[in-house]
Design a protein around this ligand. Structure first.
Ligand code: HEC
Ligand code: HEC
Ligand code: HEC
Ligand code: HEC
Ligand code: HEC
Ligand code: HEC
Ligand code: HEC
Ligand code: HEC
Ligand code: HEC
Ligand code: HEC
Length: 309
């Protein structure tokens, strides 16, 4: 009791300490919503219930308890009731119905805020999840359990962090536009599971636009396509500006993931030049300008025409 009083007192003084300008009495300063949500323990509370212990749960949920203990991932040390709340009232009611819903936490039936609150009671500060409150997924009421399967089905091969293929399929289930793009003739090998959506996006949100893993899109592209990193003596201006001036990120009907096929792509910015015999060269421009991402080789007329032959 003493200890608790001390804690409360010190908490109170700490809050004073960090509140330079106290608002007028009775009108507490509004707390930003993301800070309000920091008290996640309330999402685990089941009024009146006490801890029953995992052995109790296994009496009635034998299969599930077995697969959980055998599951390969690290969370198997987390006890049932750390996610589902204290179970004594649920055990006493012997089942789950409309009347007894509030006696155990079901991730299916609780709102996204409530369900995610449970996971965040442990994970709010983990590197992966700390951006959650700035994510479109949070705003749209997506649940952690929409992407993470806690209970293995079958023989425990399913993991909280899925294989690349499973994770991609899961993203594509909701993102129909990207699903269509990933099926275009030229695409990042997402369907082939050589690359994951989460290689480029942080599914938990982030400060970068479109929740990209890096705030500079070119840095992201170059993290895998380092051969175009340069520095080149002669840079092609749009390449340094943004790869997306010429390439689509997910998929395209055009070869090499180009937004528009050649020569139209180049003709957006250049006029087609004429060769010696005055014939317009409306061709695949990169047949000759093969070093389109930059070059160290100067041309006779100065600068570089990005022809490395
Ligand atoms: C006396 C038997 C019994 C015990 C003991 C028991 N449960 Fe249940 N529980 C049930 C029944 C019956 C249901 C409803 C049918 C089902 O979903 O399996 C249920 C449903 C649930 C659900 C909701 C499932 C849903 O629909 O989303 C959860 C979560 C749950 N139990 C967790 C636990 C936990 C955690 C423990 C241990 C603290 C526990 N149960 C102990 C009988 C029991
Ligand atoms: C890390 C959090 C976590 C732990 C620990 C956990 N569960 Fe669950 N449980 C979930 C989530 C999330 C769901 C919702 C279904 C899903 O996505 O897998 C769920 C669903 C359930 C269900 C209903 C789903 C069904 O298939 O009938 C039962 C019953 C259940 N859990 C019992 C247990 C028991 C018993 C334990 C301990 C052996 C346990 N849970 C441990 C998170 C957890
Ligand atoms: C009682 C604390 C606790 C709760 C509640 C909890 N976790 Fe965890 N979780 C852990 C621990 C501990 C680990 C293993 C160490 C680590 O990776 O941080 C872990 C690991 C994970 C991992 C990585 C698994 C792997 O194979 O590496 C995922 C994903 C995850 N948790 C998701 C969830 C989700 C989703 C929920 C809510 C349904 C949840 N956790 C609830 C404590 C918790
Ligand atoms: C849109 C799908 C999606 C949602 C929603 C989601 N996650 Fe994840 N999560 C992933 C993917 C994919 C990974 C693995 C890739 C990575 O490292 O980013 C991951 C990784 C993790 C990890 C780290 C595992 C490790 O050890 O690398 C934790 C912990 C985790 N998630 C917890 C959560 C929690 C808690 C929530 C809810 C607040 C949540 N996730 C919501 C898709 C999701
Ligand atoms: C349960 C459905 C669902 C799943 C699964 C899902 N998303 Fe989303 N996602 C949404 C919704 C809804 C939005 C908000 C509307 C929109 O922008 O399309 C969204 C938005 C996004 C955005 C846009 C963010 C922004 O700033 O505009 C990205 C990027 C994204 N999701 C990536 C992913 C990735 C990567 C995965 C898999 C790891 C994934 N999503 C899985 C439903 C889902
Ligand atoms: C090679 C990196 C990369 C991969 C892999 C990737 N994306 Fe993207 N994504 C981007 C970039 C860059 C943007 C922003 C430019 C744009 O809109 O194309 C973006 C934009 C988005 C957007 C928001 C824009 C919109 O059109 O709604 C969503 C949603 C999205 N991606 C989902 C996904 C999903 C789902 C996957 C996996 C199926 C995925 N992305 C795989 C790079 C990637
Ligand atoms: C996580 C690694 C990764 C990132 C990040 C990445 N890519 Fe790729 N990219 C690949 C892989 C893998 C391939 C397929 C290569 C193959 O099949 O030989 C590829 C292929 C391509 C291709 C050739 C497609 C074709 O049809 O020949 C282009 C163009 C491309 N990426 C552009 C980009 C752009 C632009 C970005 C930034 C938005 C980007 N990549 C980010 C891994 C990545
Ligand atoms: C000015 C337009 C333009 C810009 C900007 C651009 N590219 Fe390209 N890229 C092309 C063209 C055109 C091709 C096809 C080359 C060919 O026909 O040989 C190509 C091809 C590629 C390929 C496939 C090459 C292969 O060997 O299969 C990759 C990967 C690639 N670009 C990555 C990038 C990256 C990364 C960036 C940003 C740093 C970028 N591109 C910026 C026009 C561009
Ligand atoms: C988004 C606009 C844009 C696109 C698309 C573009 N370029 Fe460029 N390009 C430039 C700019 C800007 C310069 C530098 C200014 C200049 O010298 O005209 C340049 C320079 C060049 C040069 C050197 C010109 C000189 O006089 O030294 C060549 C050659 C060239 N581009 C070829 C191409 C080809 C081939 C394509 C298509 C694969 C292409 N460009 C697509 C904007 C673009
Ligand atoms: C048959 C080979 C060939 C093809 C195809 C070709 N070019 Fe060229 N291009 C050249 C040569 C050679 C030069 C002059 C190099 C020098 O000055 O040293 C040049 C020069 C240029 C220049 C610099 C300004 C100028 O007019 O001299 C631009 C811009 C350019 N090309 C754009 C394009 C575009 C856009 C396409 C596609 C519509 C294209 N080229 C197709 C060979 C070609």
């Amino acid at each position: 009791m003493l200890r608790r009083a001390w804690l409360l007192a010190s908490l109170f003084s700490v809050s004073l300490w960090f509140t330079p300008a106290l608002p007028a009495k009775g009108t507490p300063k509004p707390v930003p919503s993301h800070q309000k949500a920091q008290d996640f323990s309330k999402f685990l509370a089941i009024p009146g219930a006490e801890t029953a212990g995992a052995e109790q749960c296994s009496q009635c949920h034998a299969d599930l308890s077995r697969t959980y203990r055998r599951s390969p991932y690290s969370m198997q040390d987390v006890a049932c009731e750390q996610c589902h709340g204290a179970g004594s009232l649920h055990v006493a009611s012997g089942g789950y119905s409309a009347d007894s819903k509030d006696k155990i936490i079901s991730f299916r039936d609780r709102s996204a805020e409530q369900a995610n609150g449970v996971c965040l009671s442990c994970h709010a500060k983990s590197d992966h999840v700390r951006n959650w409150f700035s994510s479109a997924h949070q705003t749209q009421g997506i649940k952690c359990s929409d992407c993470h399967t806690i209970h293995a089905q079958g023989h425990g091969e399913q993991r909280a962090v899925e294989s690349r293929r499973q994770a991609n399929d899961n993203c594509l289930r909701c993102h129909r536009k990207q699903n269509a793009e990933a099926n275009l003739p030229y695409h990042h090998p997402i369907r082939e599971a050589k690359i994951a959506c989460s290689d480029c996006h942080d599914p938990h949100g982030g400060s970068a636009g479109n929740n990209l893993q890096m705030s500079n899109t070119n840095d992201l592209c170059l993290s895998c396509h380092a051969e175009y990193q340069g520095p080149f003596t002669f840079q092609h201006v749009p390449v340094t500006e943004s790869c997306l001036k010429c390439h689509s990120s997910h998929g395209s009907p055009n070869q090499n993931l180009l937004t528009i096929s050649q020569p139209a792509l180049c003709l957006q910015c250049h006029s087609a030049h004429h060769n010696g015999s005055s014939l317009p060269l409306v061709d695949r421009c990169t047949n000759c300008h093969n070093a389109i991402h930059g070059s160290d080789i100067p041309s006779a007329t100065g600068g570089s025409k990005f022809i490395d032959k």
